[in-house]
Design a protein around this ligand. Structure first.
Ligand code: ATP
Ligand code: MG
Length: 589
Protein backbone atom coordinates (compact mmCIF):
# COMPACT_ATOMS: atom_id res chain seq x y z
CA UNK A 1 0.00 0.00 0.00
CA UNK A 2 1.55 3.36 -0.90
CA UNK A 3 2.26 5.67 1.99
CA UNK A 4 -0.18 8.54 2.44
CA UNK A 5 1.42 11.84 1.48
CA UNK A 6 2.93 13.82 4.31
CA UNK A 7 0.28 16.22 5.57
CA UNK A 8 2.51 19.01 6.83
CA UNK A 9 2.01 18.44 10.52
CA UNK A 10 5.07 18.90 12.72
CA UNK A 11 5.06 18.65 16.46
CA UNK A 12 7.84 20.72 17.97
CA UNK A 13 10.09 18.48 20.00
CA UNK A 14 9.03 18.30 23.65
CA UNK A 15 6.43 21.01 23.12
CA UNK A 16 3.72 18.42 23.07
CA UNK A 17 5.12 16.47 26.00
CA UNK A 18 2.58 16.05 28.69
CA UNK A 19 2.75 16.56 32.39
CA UNK A 20 3.21 12.81 32.66
CA UNK A 21 6.61 12.88 30.97
CA UNK A 22 9.69 12.27 33.02
CA UNK A 23 12.32 14.95 33.23
CA UNK A 24 13.77 15.35 29.75
CA UNK A 25 17.26 14.14 28.95
CA UNK A 26 18.19 11.91 31.84
CA UNK A 27 21.92 11.32 31.88
CA UNK A 28 23.38 8.38 29.96
CA UNK A 29 26.78 7.27 28.74
CA UNK A 30 26.35 8.97 25.37
CA UNK A 31 25.50 12.28 26.99
CA UNK A 32 28.57 11.82 29.16
CA UNK A 33 30.70 11.51 26.01
CA UNK A 34 29.13 14.66 24.54
CA UNK A 35 29.64 16.52 27.82
CA UNK A 36 33.28 15.50 27.85
CA UNK A 37 33.74 16.60 24.22
CA UNK A 38 32.17 19.92 25.10
CA UNK A 39 34.48 20.25 28.09
CA UNK A 40 37.62 19.64 26.01
CA UNK A 41 36.26 21.71 23.12
CA UNK A 42 36.77 18.83 20.67
CA UNK A 43 33.93 19.93 18.41
CA UNK A 44 33.78 23.53 19.60
CA UNK A 45 30.41 22.76 21.13
CA UNK A 46 28.95 21.37 17.91
CA UNK A 47 26.64 18.31 18.18
CA UNK A 48 25.64 16.83 14.86
CA UNK A 49 24.03 13.40 14.78
CA UNK A 50 22.15 11.46 12.12
CA UNK A 51 19.44 8.87 11.81
CA UNK A 52 20.45 6.70 8.84
CA UNK A 53 17.74 4.22 7.79
CA UNK A 54 18.14 2.04 4.75
CA UNK A 55 14.97 2.55 2.68
CA UNK A 56 14.28 -1.18 2.42
CA UNK A 57 11.30 -1.40 4.77
CA UNK A 58 9.08 0.57 7.10
CA UNK A 59 10.36 1.91 10.40
CA UNK A 60 9.55 -0.11 13.51
CA UNK A 61 9.38 0.56 17.25
CA UNK A 62 13.12 -0.10 17.51
CA UNK A 63 13.83 2.70 15.09
CA UNK A 64 11.77 5.00 17.32
CA UNK A 65 14.35 4.45 20.04
CA UNK A 66 17.17 5.40 17.69
CA UNK A 67 15.25 8.41 16.33
CA UNK A 68 14.45 9.73 19.81
CA UNK A 69 18.06 9.21 20.82
CA UNK A 70 19.66 10.93 17.83
CA UNK A 71 17.19 13.76 17.40
CA UNK A 72 16.75 14.17 21.15
CA UNK A 73 20.49 14.43 21.73
CA UNK A 74 20.92 17.05 19.01
CA UNK A 75 17.91 18.96 20.28
CA UNK A 76 19.03 19.11 23.87
CA UNK A 77 22.53 20.32 22.93
CA UNK A 78 21.30 22.88 20.42
CA UNK A 79 22.65 20.82 17.53
CA UNK A 80 21.10 19.20 14.49
CA UNK A 81 20.23 15.68 13.50
CA UNK A 82 20.28 14.67 9.85
CA UNK A 83 17.83 12.34 8.25
CA UNK A 84 19.99 10.34 5.88
CA UNK A 85 18.84 7.56 3.64
CA UNK A 86 21.52 4.94 3.51
CA UNK A 87 20.60 3.85 0.00
CA UNK A 88 23.75 2.15 -1.19
CA UNK A 89 22.21 -1.24 -1.93
CA UNK A 90 19.88 -0.79 -4.92
CA UNK A 91 18.47 -4.31 -4.85
CA UNK A 92 15.99 -3.92 -1.98
CA UNK A 93 15.37 -0.21 -1.80
CA UNK A 94 12.39 1.74 -2.96
CA UNK A 95 10.85 5.23 -3.02
CA UNK A 96 7.76 3.91 -1.20
CA UNK A 97 9.97 3.25 1.83
CA UNK A 98 11.61 6.67 1.58
CA UNK A 99 8.21 8.36 1.74
CA UNK A 100 7.01 6.21 4.63
CA UNK A 101 10.19 6.87 6.62
CA UNK A 102 9.91 10.64 6.15
CA UNK A 103 6.32 10.54 7.26
CA UNK A 104 7.14 8.44 10.34
CA UNK A 105 10.01 10.62 11.57
CA UNK A 106 7.90 13.75 11.19
CA UNK A 107 5.02 12.08 12.94
CA UNK A 108 7.29 11.43 15.91
CA UNK A 109 7.71 15.19 15.99
CA UNK A 110 11.27 15.63 14.78
CA UNK A 111 12.65 18.13 12.33
CA UNK A 112 15.87 17.72 10.34
CA UNK A 113 15.52 21.24 8.91
CA UNK A 114 17.58 21.39 5.69
CA UNK A 115 19.52 18.24 6.58
CA UNK A 116 17.83 15.62 4.46
CA UNK A 117 20.46 13.52 2.70
CA UNK A 118 20.80 10.52 0.46
CA UNK A 119 23.94 8.41 0.50
CA UNK A 120 23.46 7.89 -3.22
CA UNK A 121 24.16 11.61 -3.73
CA UNK A 122 27.68 10.89 -2.50
CA UNK A 123 28.53 8.12 -4.96
CA UNK A 124 30.97 10.38 -6.85
CA UNK A 125 32.79 11.32 -3.65
CA UNK A 126 32.87 7.70 -2.51
CA UNK A 127 34.35 6.73 -5.83
CA UNK A 128 37.01 9.42 -5.49
CA UNK A 129 37.77 8.18 -1.96
CA UNK A 130 38.27 4.68 -3.32
CA UNK A 131 40.72 5.94 -5.96
CA UNK A 132 42.61 7.82 -3.26
CA UNK A 133 42.99 4.62 -1.25
CA UNK A 134 44.34 2.84 -4.32
CA UNK A 135 46.82 5.64 -4.96
CA UNK A 136 47.98 5.42 -1.34
CA UNK A 137 48.44 1.65 -1.77
CA UNK A 138 45.63 1.07 0.75
CA UNK A 139 43.27 -0.74 -1.61
CA UNK A 140 43.58 -3.29 -4.40
CA UNK A 141 41.44 -5.01 -6.98
CA UNK A 142 40.95 -8.68 -6.27
CA UNK A 143 39.96 -11.16 -8.97
CA UNK A 144 39.46 -14.17 -6.71
CA UNK A 145 36.03 -15.74 -6.67
CA UNK A 146 33.80 -15.14 -3.68
CA UNK A 147 34.49 -18.71 -2.51
CA UNK A 148 38.25 -18.31 -2.75
CA UNK A 149 38.05 -15.13 -0.76
CA UNK A 150 35.95 -16.78 1.88
CA UNK A 151 38.39 -19.64 2.29
CA UNK A 152 41.40 -17.32 2.49
CA UNK A 153 39.69 -15.04 5.03
CA UNK A 154 40.46 -17.51 7.84
CA UNK A 155 38.37 -17.98 10.97
CA UNK A 156 38.08 -16.56 14.44
CA UNK A 157 40.99 -18.77 15.50
CA UNK A 158 43.01 -18.93 12.25
CA UNK A 159 44.55 -15.95 10.51
CA UNK A 160 43.65 -15.31 6.89
CA UNK A 161 45.94 -15.78 3.89
CA UNK A 162 46.96 -12.98 1.53
CA UNK A 163 45.24 -12.85 -1.81
CA UNK A 164 47.45 -13.53 -4.83
CA UNK A 165 46.27 -10.13 -6.09
CA UNK A 166 47.32 -8.27 -2.97
CA UNK A 167 50.54 -6.99 -4.46
CA UNK A 168 49.21 -5.75 -7.75
CA UNK A 169 50.80 -2.44 -8.66
CA UNK A 170 49.01 0.83 -8.02
CA UNK A 171 48.66 1.66 -11.72
CA UNK A 172 47.19 -1.71 -12.55
CA UNK A 173 44.73 -1.42 -9.63
CA UNK A 174 43.68 2.02 -10.78
CA UNK A 175 43.21 0.83 -14.35
CA UNK A 176 41.14 -2.18 -13.27
CA UNK A 177 39.00 -0.14 -10.89
CA UNK A 178 38.26 2.42 -13.62
CA UNK A 179 37.32 -0.39 -15.98
CA UNK A 180 35.06 -1.89 -13.27
CA UNK A 181 33.28 1.45 -13.17
CA UNK A 182 33.13 1.62 -16.96
CA UNK A 183 31.24 -1.64 -17.04
CA UNK A 184 33.88 -3.76 -18.76
CA UNK A 185 33.50 -6.72 -16.40
CA UNK A 186 30.73 -9.04 -15.36
CA UNK A 187 29.07 -8.78 -11.92
CA UNK A 188 31.33 -10.35 -9.32
CA UNK A 189 34.38 -10.63 -11.60
CA UNK A 190 36.37 -8.21 -9.45
CA UNK A 191 36.04 -6.47 -6.12
CA UNK A 192 37.97 -3.60 -4.64
CA UNK A 193 39.34 -4.44 -1.20
CA UNK A 194 40.93 -2.34 1.52
CA UNK A 195 44.52 -3.40 2.15
CA UNK A 196 44.81 -3.72 5.91
CA UNK A 197 45.89 -6.98 7.56
CA UNK A 198 44.88 -10.55 6.67
CA UNK A 199 46.17 -11.74 10.06
CA UNK A 200 44.21 -9.27 12.16
CA UNK A 201 42.35 -10.87 15.08
CA UNK A 202 39.40 -8.72 13.97
CA UNK A 203 38.02 -10.39 10.84
CA UNK A 204 36.54 -7.08 9.75
CA UNK A 205 40.07 -5.80 9.16
CA UNK A 206 41.11 -8.70 6.90
CA UNK A 207 41.03 -6.69 3.71
CA UNK A 208 37.27 -6.06 3.64
CA UNK A 209 35.58 -5.58 0.28
CA UNK A 210 34.70 -1.94 -0.34
CA UNK A 211 33.33 -1.87 -3.90
CA UNK A 212 31.61 -4.53 -5.97
CA UNK A 213 30.27 -4.78 -9.48
CA UNK A 214 26.51 -5.02 -9.50
CA UNK A 215 24.28 -4.18 -12.39
CA UNK A 216 21.15 -3.01 -10.63
CA UNK A 217 18.95 -0.02 -11.27
CA UNK A 218 19.07 2.33 -8.32
CA UNK A 219 15.84 4.04 -7.27
CA UNK A 220 17.56 7.42 -7.45
CA UNK A 221 20.66 7.12 -9.65
CA UNK A 222 19.09 4.81 -12.21
CA UNK A 223 21.72 2.98 -14.29
CA UNK A 224 24.48 5.51 -13.81
CA UNK A 225 26.52 3.08 -11.74
CA UNK A 226 27.35 -0.58 -12.15
CA UNK A 227 29.61 -0.58 -9.11
CA UNK A 228 28.31 0.10 -5.64
CA UNK A 229 30.14 0.77 -2.36
CA UNK A 230 29.78 -1.69 0.51
CA UNK A 231 27.85 -0.42 3.52
CA UNK A 232 30.87 -0.51 5.84
CA UNK A 233 32.83 1.66 3.41
CA UNK A 234 29.98 4.03 2.58
CA UNK A 235 28.75 4.74 6.08
CA UNK A 236 31.85 6.39 7.58
CA UNK A 237 32.26 8.48 4.45
CA UNK A 238 28.65 9.66 4.68
CA UNK A 239 29.27 10.71 8.28
CA UNK A 240 32.46 12.54 7.37
CA UNK A 241 30.91 14.34 4.39
CA UNK A 242 28.11 15.61 6.63
CA UNK A 243 30.45 16.67 9.45
CA UNK A 244 28.71 14.35 11.85
CA UNK A 245 30.25 14.55 15.31
CA UNK A 246 28.72 11.55 17.06
CA UNK A 247 27.75 8.62 14.86
CA UNK A 248 25.47 6.52 17.04
CA UNK A 249 24.69 2.96 15.99
CA UNK A 250 23.60 -0.34 17.49
CA UNK A 251 25.97 -2.78 19.17
CA UNK A 252 26.39 -5.15 16.24
CA UNK A 253 28.63 -2.51 14.64
CA UNK A 254 31.09 -2.49 17.51
CA UNK A 255 33.48 -4.83 15.67
CA UNK A 256 33.28 -2.54 12.68
CA UNK A 257 34.53 0.48 14.59
CA UNK A 258 38.25 -0.25 13.94
CA UNK A 259 37.54 -0.27 10.20
CA UNK A 260 35.44 2.90 10.51
CA UNK A 261 38.41 4.58 12.15
CA UNK A 262 41.03 3.10 9.81
CA UNK A 263 39.10 4.29 6.77
CA UNK A 264 38.49 7.83 7.95
CA UNK A 265 42.11 8.21 9.09
CA UNK A 266 43.29 7.04 5.66
CA UNK A 267 40.96 9.47 3.92
CA UNK A 268 41.95 12.31 6.23
CA UNK A 269 45.61 11.56 5.37
CA UNK A 270 44.66 11.79 1.72
CA UNK A 271 43.12 15.22 2.32
CA UNK A 272 39.49 14.24 1.89
CA UNK A 273 38.28 15.13 5.37
CA UNK A 274 39.45 17.41 8.19
CA UNK A 275 40.10 16.15 11.70
CA UNK A 276 38.62 15.53 14.21
CA UNK A 277 36.76 12.71 12.49
CA UNK A 278 33.27 11.50 13.38
CA UNK A 279 33.18 9.28 16.46
CA UNK A 280 31.23 6.01 16.29
CA UNK A 281 29.38 5.14 19.51
CA UNK A 282 27.39 1.93 19.95
CA UNK A 283 24.30 1.41 22.13
CA UNK A 284 22.01 -1.54 22.80
CA UNK A 285 19.15 -1.93 20.36
CA UNK A 286 15.60 -2.17 21.58
CA UNK A 287 14.38 -5.71 22.16
CA UNK A 288 10.70 -5.77 22.97
CA UNK A 289 8.54 -8.72 24.01
CA UNK A 290 5.46 -9.82 22.03
CA UNK A 291 6.69 -8.35 18.74
CA UNK A 292 9.38 -8.98 16.16
CA UNK A 293 11.65 -6.06 15.29
CA UNK A 294 13.48 -7.23 12.24
CA UNK A 295 12.64 -5.99 8.79
CA UNK A 296 13.07 -9.49 7.39
CA UNK A 297 10.37 -10.87 9.69
CA UNK A 298 8.11 -7.86 9.22
CA UNK A 299 8.29 -8.37 5.46
CA UNK A 300 7.30 -12.01 5.98
CA UNK A 301 4.24 -10.94 7.96
CA UNK A 302 3.20 -8.46 5.27
CA UNK A 303 3.95 -10.65 2.25
CA UNK A 304 2.33 -13.68 3.87
CA UNK A 305 -0.82 -11.60 4.52
CA UNK A 306 -0.74 -12.34 8.25
CA UNK A 307 -1.53 -8.64 8.57
CA UNK A 308 -3.31 -6.26 6.22
CA UNK A 309 -0.22 -4.30 5.23
CA UNK A 310 2.70 -2.26 6.57
CA UNK A 311 0.30 -0.01 8.46
CA UNK A 312 -1.75 -2.79 10.05
CA UNK A 313 -2.34 -1.52 13.59
CA UNK A 314 -0.99 -4.78 15.03
CA UNK A 315 2.36 -4.54 13.27
CA UNK A 316 5.14 -2.91 15.31
CA UNK A 317 5.80 -0.41 12.55
CA UNK A 318 5.47 3.30 13.23
CA UNK A 319 2.80 3.57 10.53
CA UNK A 320 0.95 0.72 12.26
CA UNK A 321 1.37 2.40 15.64
CA UNK A 322 -0.02 5.64 14.30
CA UNK A 323 -3.00 3.92 12.81
CA UNK A 324 -3.58 2.05 16.03
CA UNK A 325 -3.79 5.23 18.04
CA UNK A 326 -0.39 5.12 19.73
CA UNK A 327 1.08 8.60 20.07
CA UNK A 328 4.41 10.30 19.36
CA UNK A 329 4.42 11.58 22.93
CA UNK A 330 4.01 8.02 24.16
CA UNK A 331 7.03 6.90 22.15
CA UNK A 332 9.15 9.76 23.40
CA UNK A 333 8.14 9.03 26.96
CA UNK A 334 9.05 5.38 26.35
CA UNK A 335 12.46 6.31 24.94
CA UNK A 336 13.18 8.48 27.98
CA UNK A 337 12.01 5.81 30.35
CA UNK A 338 14.00 2.89 28.91
CA UNK A 339 17.11 5.05 28.51
CA UNK A 340 20.22 4.04 26.59
CA UNK A 341 22.65 1.40 27.69
CA UNK A 342 25.69 -0.41 26.42
CA UNK A 343 24.37 -3.90 27.23
CA UNK A 344 21.57 -5.76 25.47
CA UNK A 345 18.37 -6.32 27.42
CA UNK A 346 14.67 -6.97 26.89
CA UNK A 347 11.92 -4.50 27.56
CA UNK A 348 8.46 -5.80 28.33
CA UNK A 349 5.69 -4.67 26.02
CA UNK A 350 3.73 -3.48 29.05
CA UNK A 351 6.28 -0.68 29.48
CA UNK A 352 5.49 0.72 26.05
CA UNK A 353 1.76 0.22 26.57
CA UNK A 354 1.90 2.01 29.91
CA UNK A 355 3.63 4.98 28.28
CA UNK A 356 0.85 5.16 25.70
CA UNK A 357 -1.76 4.91 28.45
CA UNK A 358 -0.13 7.69 30.41
CA UNK A 359 -0.18 10.07 27.52
CA UNK A 360 -3.63 9.09 26.30
CA UNK A 361 -5.10 9.33 29.78
CA UNK A 362 -3.91 12.89 29.85
CA UNK A 363 -4.77 13.85 26.29
CA UNK A 364 -7.83 11.87 25.23
CA UNK A 365 -11.38 13.15 25.64
CA UNK A 366 -13.84 10.75 27.25
CA UNK A 367 -16.69 9.25 25.29
CA UNK A 368 -19.15 6.44 25.79
CA UNK A 369 -19.30 3.30 23.71
CA UNK A 370 -21.24 0.11 24.12
CA UNK A 371 -19.26 -2.64 22.43
CA UNK A 372 -21.58 -5.60 23.05
CA UNK A 373 -25.03 -4.01 23.06
CA UNK A 374 -28.05 -5.22 25.01
CA UNK A 375 -31.31 -3.24 25.13
CA UNK A 376 -32.40 -1.72 28.44
CA UNK A 377 -36.02 -0.57 28.56
CA UNK A 378 -37.03 1.87 31.28
CA UNK A 379 -40.69 1.04 31.57
CA UNK A 380 -41.79 4.09 33.58
CA UNK A 381 -40.02 6.64 31.36
CA UNK A 382 -42.51 8.34 29.01
CA UNK A 383 -42.53 6.93 25.53
CA UNK A 384 -41.27 9.32 22.88
CA UNK A 385 -39.69 11.64 25.46
CA UNK A 386 -35.97 12.37 25.77
CA UNK A 387 -33.67 14.71 27.64
CA UNK A 388 -30.02 15.69 27.65
CA UNK A 389 -27.60 14.62 30.36
CA UNK A 390 -24.19 16.21 30.77
CA UNK A 391 -20.86 14.37 30.85
CA UNK A 392 -17.40 15.89 31.34
CA UNK A 393 -14.98 15.65 28.41
CA UNK A 394 -12.15 14.96 30.85
CA UNK A 395 -12.66 14.22 34.54
CA UNK A 396 -9.42 15.95 35.55
CA UNK A 397 -9.75 18.90 33.20
CA UNK A 398 -12.95 20.84 33.81
CA UNK A 399 -11.68 23.48 31.37
CA UNK A 400 -12.38 20.99 28.57
CA UNK A 401 -16.08 21.38 29.30
CA UNK A 402 -19.08 19.09 29.18
CA UNK A 403 -21.04 17.53 26.40
CA UNK A 404 -24.67 16.56 26.09
CA UNK A 405 -25.71 12.94 25.90
CA UNK A 406 -29.34 12.12 25.17
CA UNK A 407 -31.32 9.89 27.49
CA UNK A 408 -34.65 8.24 26.73
CA UNK A 409 -36.75 5.17 27.36
CA UNK A 410 -34.59 2.69 25.44
CA UNK A 411 -30.88 2.50 26.00
CA UNK A 412 -28.01 0.25 25.04
CA UNK A 413 -25.99 -1.26 27.84
CA UNK A 414 -23.11 -3.73 27.81
CA UNK A 415 -24.35 -7.32 27.71
CA UNK A 416 -21.90 -8.27 30.46
CA UNK A 417 -23.49 -5.67 32.76
CA UNK A 418 -26.56 -7.83 33.21
CA UNK A 419 -26.94 -11.24 34.86
CA UNK A 420 -30.26 -12.89 35.40
CA UNK A 421 -28.83 -14.87 38.26
CA UNK A 422 -25.92 -12.84 39.64
CA UNK A 423 -22.72 -14.46 40.78
CA UNK A 424 -21.33 -13.42 44.14
CA UNK A 425 -19.89 -9.93 44.07
CA UNK A 426 -21.77 -8.87 40.93
CA UNK A 427 -23.08 -5.37 41.57
CA UNK A 428 -24.43 -4.48 38.18
CA UNK A 429 -27.90 -5.13 36.80
CA UNK A 430 -29.89 -8.13 37.99
CA UNK A 431 -33.57 -8.39 38.90
CA UNK A 432 -34.20 -6.40 42.09
CA UNK A 433 -30.88 -4.53 42.06
CA UNK A 434 -30.41 -0.79 41.79
CA UNK A 435 -27.58 0.82 39.80
CA UNK A 436 -26.71 4.27 38.55
CA UNK A 437 -26.68 4.91 34.85
CA UNK A 438 -23.64 7.11 34.76
CA UNK A 439 -24.44 10.84 34.20
CA UNK A 440 -28.14 9.84 34.17
CA UNK A 441 -30.59 8.25 36.56
CA UNK A 442 -30.67 5.48 39.12
CA UNK A 443 -32.68 2.51 37.88
CA UNK A 444 -34.00 -0.64 39.48
CA UNK A 445 -33.98 -3.81 37.39
CA UNK A 446 -37.33 -5.54 37.11
CA UNK A 447 -36.58 -8.45 34.81
CA UNK A 448 -35.60 -9.48 31.32
CA UNK A 449 -36.88 -11.01 28.12
CA UNK A 450 -35.31 -13.98 26.35
CA UNK A 451 -35.51 -15.62 22.96
CA UNK A 452 -36.30 -19.27 22.29
CA UNK A 453 -32.66 -20.22 22.80
CA UNK A 454 -32.63 -18.59 26.22
CA UNK A 455 -30.51 -15.64 25.16
CA UNK A 456 -31.41 -12.39 26.88
CA UNK A 457 -32.83 -9.94 24.32
CA UNK A 458 -33.85 -7.05 26.57
CA UNK A 459 -33.63 -5.97 30.20
CA UNK A 460 -36.36 -4.04 31.99
CA UNK A 461 -35.99 -1.41 34.67
CA UNK A 462 -37.75 1.48 36.36
CA UNK A 463 -36.06 4.82 37.00
CA UNK A 464 -36.30 7.20 39.91
CA UNK A 465 -37.18 10.63 38.50
CA UNK A 466 -35.45 12.50 41.38
CA UNK A 467 -32.15 10.65 41.02
CA UNK A 468 -30.66 12.46 38.03
CA UNK A 469 -26.90 13.04 38.34
CA UNK A 470 -26.04 16.57 39.25
CA UNK A 471 -29.37 17.32 40.93
CA UNK A 472 -29.74 17.62 44.73
CA UNK A 473 -31.80 14.43 44.96
CA UNK A 474 -29.07 12.34 43.36
CA UNK A 475 -27.13 12.02 46.59
CA UNK A 476 -29.96 10.19 48.33
CA UNK A 477 -29.27 7.13 46.21
CA UNK A 478 -26.42 4.80 47.06
CA UNK A 479 -25.57 2.20 44.45
CA UNK A 480 -22.62 -0.09 43.97
CA UNK A 481 -22.96 -0.33 40.20
CA UNK A 482 -22.28 2.60 37.88
CA UNK A 483 -22.98 1.61 34.27
CA UNK A 484 -22.32 3.30 30.96
CA UNK A 485 -25.07 3.43 28.36
CA UNK A 486 -26.01 4.95 25.04
CA UNK A 487 -29.47 6.18 24.04
CA UNK A 488 -30.84 3.75 21.44
CA UNK A 489 -32.68 6.33 19.35
CA UNK A 490 -29.61 8.55 18.97
CA UNK A 491 -26.80 5.99 18.97
CA UNK A 492 -24.20 6.04 16.25
CA UNK A 493 -23.68 2.47 15.09
CA UNK A 494 -20.13 1.91 13.87
CA UNK A 495 -17.44 -0.66 13.32
CA UNK A 496 -14.93 -0.88 16.13
CA UNK A 497 -11.82 -3.02 15.82
CA UNK A 498 -10.50 -4.43 19.05
CA UNK A 499 -6.80 -4.93 18.50
CA UNK A 500 -4.64 -6.94 20.80
CA UNK A 501 -1.02 -8.06 20.78
CA UNK A 502 0.04 -9.68 17.52
CA UNK A 503 1.94 -12.51 19.21
CA UNK A 504 0.74 -14.66 22.06
CA UNK A 505 4.27 -15.36 23.28
CA UNK A 506 6.79 -12.91 24.74
CA UNK A 507 9.60 -14.27 22.54
CA UNK A 508 8.01 -15.27 19.23
CA UNK A 509 9.76 -18.25 17.68
CA UNK A 510 11.89 -19.00 20.68
CA UNK A 511 12.14 -22.49 22.16
CA UNK A 512 9.88 -23.08 25.12
CA UNK A 513 10.02 -25.46 28.03
CA UNK A 514 8.83 -28.87 26.94
CA UNK A 515 9.72 -28.46 23.27
CA UNK A 516 11.15 -31.74 21.96
CA UNK A 517 14.89 -31.94 21.35
CA UNK A 518 15.87 -30.36 18.05
CA UNK A 519 12.43 -28.84 17.51
CA UNK A 520 12.60 -25.51 15.67
CA UNK A 521 9.86 -23.07 16.45
CA UNK A 522 8.69 -20.65 13.79
CA UNK A 523 7.78 -17.15 14.96
CA UNK A 524 4.70 -17.36 12.75
CA UNK A 525 3.37 -20.20 14.92
CA UNK A 526 3.24 -17.84 17.87
CA UNK A 527 0.81 -15.41 16.26
CA UNK A 528 -2.05 -14.56 18.61
CA UNK A 529 -5.26 -15.87 16.97
CA UNK A 530 -7.27 -13.22 18.86
CA UNK A 531 -5.23 -10.20 17.81
CA UNK A 532 -8.26 -8.58 16.17
CA UNK A 533 -11.97 -8.72 16.89
CA UNK A 534 -14.40 -6.54 14.97
CA UNK A 535 -17.65 -5.49 16.62
CA UNK A 536 -20.61 -3.38 15.62
CA UNK A 537 -20.78 -0.98 18.52
CA UNK A 538 -23.32 1.60 19.66
CA UNK A 539 -21.59 4.90 20.29
CA UNK A 540 -22.75 8.15 21.82
CA UNK A 541 -23.87 10.52 19.05
CA UNK A 542 -20.99 13.00 19.53
CA UNK A 543 -18.63 10.37 18.13
CA UNK A 544 -20.22 10.69 14.71
CA UNK A 545 -18.30 13.95 14.33
CA UNK A 546 -14.91 12.42 15.13
CA UNK A 547 -12.25 13.09 12.53
CA UNK A 548 -9.62 10.68 11.35
CA UNK A 549 -6.96 10.25 14.05
CA UNK A 550 -9.04 11.80 16.85
CA UNK A 551 -8.34 9.81 19.99
CA UNK A 552 -10.71 9.05 22.84
CA UNK A 553 -11.04 7.11 25.99
CA UNK A 554 -14.16 5.01 25.71
CA UNK A 555 -15.11 4.86 29.37
CA UNK A 556 -14.41 1.50 30.99
CA UNK A 557 -13.00 0.13 27.71
CA UNK A 558 -9.74 1.79 26.79
CA UNK A 559 -8.25 4.18 24.28
CA UNK A 560 -9.50 4.35 20.74
CA UNK A 561 -8.70 6.29 17.59
CA UNK A 562 -10.72 7.09 14.50
CA UNK A 563 -9.02 5.09 11.75
CA UNK A 564 -7.08 7.43 9.49
CA UNK A 565 -7.84 5.50 6.32
CA UNK A 566 -11.28 3.97 6.75
CA UNK A 567 -13.08 6.89 8.39
CA UNK A 568 -15.27 9.10 6.24
CA UNK A 569 -16.61 12.48 7.29
CA UNK A 570 -19.57 11.84 9.58
CA UNK A 571 -18.83 8.11 9.51
CA UNK A 572 -15.71 7.32 11.51
CA UNK A 573 -14.68 3.78 12.39
CA UNK A 574 -12.57 3.17 15.46
CA UNK A 575 -9.51 1.15 16.41
CA UNK A 576 -8.66 0.19 19.93
CA UNK A 577 -5.15 1.36 20.72
CA UNK A 578 -5.05 -0.23 24.12
CA UNK A 579 -7.37 -1.41 26.89
CA UNK A 580 -7.54 0.60 30.12
CA UNK A 581 -5.69 -2.04 32.08
CA UNK A 582 -2.95 -4.52 31.26
CA UNK A 583 -4.99 -7.68 30.85
CA UNK A 584 -1.89 -9.68 29.89
CA UNK A 585 -0.13 -9.28 33.20
CA UNK A 586 -3.13 -10.43 35.22
CA UNK A 587 -4.40 -13.25 33.08
CA UNK A 588 -0.90 -14.62 32.57
CA UNK A 589 -2.04 -15.20 28.98
P1 ATP B 1 16.66 -4.45 10.83
O1 ATP B 1 17.68 -5.09 11.70
O2 ATP B 1 15.27 -4.56 11.32
O3 ATP B 1 16.78 -4.83 9.39
P2 ATP B 1 18.27 -2.20 10.45
O4 ATP B 1 19.11 -1.89 11.61
O5 ATP B 1 18.95 -2.92 9.35
O6 ATP B 1 16.96 -2.91 10.92
P3 ATP B 1 18.34 0.40 9.38
O7 ATP B 1 17.45 1.01 8.40
O8 ATP B 1 19.73 0.14 8.99
O9 ATP B 1 17.62 -0.91 9.85
O10 ATP B 1 18.30 1.19 10.76
C1 ATP B 1 18.46 2.57 10.88
C2 ATP B 1 18.94 2.89 12.25
O11 ATP B 1 18.05 2.38 13.23
C3 ATP B 1 20.29 2.27 12.51
O12 ATP B 1 21.11 3.25 13.09
C4 ATP B 1 19.99 1.15 13.45
O13 ATP B 1 21.07 0.92 14.30
C5 ATP B 1 18.76 1.65 14.19
N1 ATP B 1 17.96 0.53 14.69
C6 ATP B 1 17.46 -0.50 13.98
N2 ATP B 1 16.82 -1.37 14.77
C7 ATP B 1 16.90 -0.88 16.03
C8 ATP B 1 16.45 -1.32 17.32
N3 ATP B 1 15.77 -2.47 17.48
N4 ATP B 1 16.72 -0.54 18.40
C9 ATP B 1 17.39 0.61 18.25
N5 ATP B 1 17.86 1.07 17.09
C10 ATP B 1 17.62 0.34 15.98
MG1 MG C 1 20.96 -1.87 9.11
Amino acid sequence: MPAAPYNGEVLPFFAAMTSTSSAPSASNFIRNIVDEDNRTGKWEGRVETRFPPEPNGYLHYGHAKSICLNFGLAESYGGVCHLRFDDTNPAKEDQEYVDAIIEAVRWLGFDWRQHLYFASDYFDIMYACAESLIKADKAYVDSQSADEMRVRRGTLTEPGVDSPCRNRGIDENLDLFRRMKAGEFADGAYVLRAKIDMASPNINLRDPAIYRIRRATHHRTGDKWCIYPMYTFAHPIEDAIENVTHSICTLEFEDQRPFYEWLLEALADAGHFPRPLPHQIEFARLNLTYVVLSKRKLIQLVDGAYVSGWNDPRLPTLSGARRRGFTPEGFRLFAERIGVAKADSWIDMSVLEECMREHLNDAAHRRIAVLDPLKLIIANYPEGASELCQAPNHPLKPELGMRDIPFSRELWIEREDFMETPVKGFHRLYPGNTVRLRYGYVVKCTGCEKDAAGKVTAVFAEYFPDSRSGTPGADNYKTKGNLHWVCAAHAYTAEVRLYDRLFAQPHPGQRREGDPEGFERDFLDDINPDSIRVVEARLEPALRAARAEDRFQFERHGYFVADRYDSAEGAPVFNRAIPLKDSWAKSGK
